[in-house]
Design a protein around this ligand. Structure first.
Ligand code: N01
Length: 484
């Protein structure tokens, strides 16, 4: 049993960022529990061919740890993972991390005012406060397709790539056409004999204007950090403007759709294919796909888009609703993540034996995405309604981390036993939040992982990144029940 001030669960961007900020606030008594054997979270797990970030790297990095050496505008997954490892080294975080610690449950003990985390290998870790940083898109989701077990060929999920399987000369099926699939498919068509893309819903595609950073710019960033800072700020504000078209319906929405339609018209010659690729929902309703090589890949001789619904998986392939069986050697499931199936990644038991997954069974709700009433001293990163539809998720995460560190600092400085957000404050916050969400593009009638089956949005923040930052900049102890 380990006792300390803070337990952080997850060694991805959020967990590592929390560790750094805690240390900068003078709190060194923390442990990071990581289920894998390395840091990096989503960038350690998503190693599929073509994995890259569709947010520019200077913005998709920690504001206080800029990397002047980014090789290009939209860095690949391996470069991002290297960056994360360099941050771990720079801030000397490894001594705090316990690898192979897969948390299976968390419970609060009223008497001591502490949280205990149990791990799969039987260890227990106890601390005054817990920060959940295990990520909302961490557990791969296989679709509920009949016959999935009967398929005898090779299966790969995008988030758990099998690098031992050689795609060369193989007949490959890709199920899904989301953000992961559109990065994978252009690579697969270069290697495989055939690639069949099974599309259920076409997404809006915007061109990704990727380019390498010239050496002189990298040198300039190194010599004059203020220039890189200004560049990041310019990227930030350019993304903020996108909210006007992607979060709410406005003339800008129509303009963005016109750009995406022009991109489709200019890059896809065949009118049948263009029709199949034209979305029937408003841009922004589900994640915009940023790619310039997806449409060209679909038009390669060895690639075929299949829009008939999948009826069943058969031993040798995929049978579609038109009765055709598509024989394939390997199926790539680019079908996303379990976001709502289990609303908490492991059982979390708070005050009086309450269980968070049960309370969230009708939709996850928190205060400012960070605190939940009845779960004192527990803080969430990427919690309910903290997702952006238009800007870097890391910008939002820094706001969460700074808020959490302020809360934990108060807990420590006043030697408080518990800090529990007031239920009335949380309810009022959520009433206002969901009133705003009702007016957003996400509720305009498409299927996406942002919504539960019932249409409840527990994922997205209905506003600009600056509004979110302003909301979280104000930490008001009066919002919490404090006990000494
Ligand atoms: O997963 P998704 P993803 N039969 O859930 C289809 C982040 N990300 O891994 O649209 C047939 O978006 C499903 O179809 P439909 C980012 O936040 C970031 O691609 O539901 N198809 C869809 O096409 C992103 O939003 C980067 O009709 C089925 C696809 O599978 C999130 O990860 C890069 C099906 C799932 O799409 C998830 O993206 C990549 C079925 N039964 C990902 N079930 C960056 O660059 C599902 N589908 C930062």
């Amino acid at each position: 049993m380990t006792t300390g001030t803070v337990l952080i669960i997850g060694a991805g961007f959020a967990g590592l960022g929390t560790a750094i900020r805690l240390r900068q606030a003078g709190i060194d008594d923390f442990v990071v529990l990581e289920r894998a054997s390395d840091v990096g979270g989503t960038w350690r797990d998503n190693t599929y061919p073509g994995a890259a970030c569709d947010v520019p790297s200077p913005l998709y990095s920690l504001s206080y740890a800029p990397n002047p050496g980014w090789s290009r505008a939209y860095s690949g997954g391996a470069e991002i993972l290297d960056y994360i490892r360099s941050v771990v080294a720079e801030f000397d975080l490894r001594p705090h991390i316990r690898f192979g610690a897969n948390v299976t449950g968390l419970s609060f003990e009223e008497g001591s005012g502490t949280w205990t985390a149990r791990t799969e290998d039987g260890r227990r870790f106890t601390a005054r406060a817990v920060v959940l940083a295990s990520g909302p898109l961490a557990n791969a989701s296989l679709p509920d397709i009949p016959g999935i077990e009967s398929y005898t060929g090779h299966k790969i999920h995008s988030a758990r790539w099998d690098h031992d399987y050689d795609m060369t000369g193989k007949r490959i099926a890709v199920i899904g056409t989301g953000a992961s699939a559109v990065q994978i498919i252009p690579r697969l068509v270069e290697q495989a004999r055939t690639v069949r893309v099974f599309q259920r819903t076409p997404g809006w595609v915007m061109p990704r204007l990727d380019h390498g950073y010239p050496g002189w710019l990298t040198k300039l960033f190194r010599r004059r950090p203020a220039v890189q800072h200004a560049y990041r700020a310019a990227l930030f504000w350019a993304h903020e403007v996108m909210a006007l078209g992607l979060v709410w319906n406005s003339p800008f929405t129509t303009a963005l759709q016109a750009v995406a339609r022009a991109h489709l018209r200019l890059t896809v010659r065949d009118s049948w294919l263009r029709r199949q690729l034209t979305p029937d929902f408003r841009i922004g309703c589900k994640r915009v796909l940023m790619t310039s090589d997806y449409y060209p890949a679909l038009q390669r001789e060895n690639c075929k888009l299949i829009t008939w619904p999948i009826a069943t998986l058969a031993p040798n392939g995929i049978r579609t609703a038109d009765g055709i069986e598509h024989e394939v050697d390997c199926i790539v499931f680019a079908t996303g993540f379990e976001v709502h199936k289990t609303s908490t990644p492991y059982p979390i038991t708070g005050r009086g034996g309450r269980v968070l997954a049960e309370e969230w069974s009708t939709g996850a709700r928190a205060y400012k995405s960070v605190s939940v009433a009845g779960y004192p001293n527990l803080f969430l990163t990427f919690g309910p309604n903290s997702g952006p539809g238009h800007n870097s998720v890391l910008v939002y995460n820094e706001s969460q981390v700074d808020y959490i560190v302020r809360a934990i600092t108060l807990l420590r400085d006043r030697n408080l036993r518990t800090m529990d957000v007031r239920a009335d404050i949380q309810d009022a916050f959520n009433a206002e939040l969901h009133r705003k969400l009702a007016r957003t593009t996400w509720n305009s009638g498409c299927r996406s992982w942002y919504l539960t089956e019932e249409g409840f949005n527990a994922a997205m923040y209905p506003g600009f990144a600056v509004q979110y930052a302003r909301e979280l900049a104000a930490f008001d102890a009066d919002d919490y029940h404090l006990s000494g």
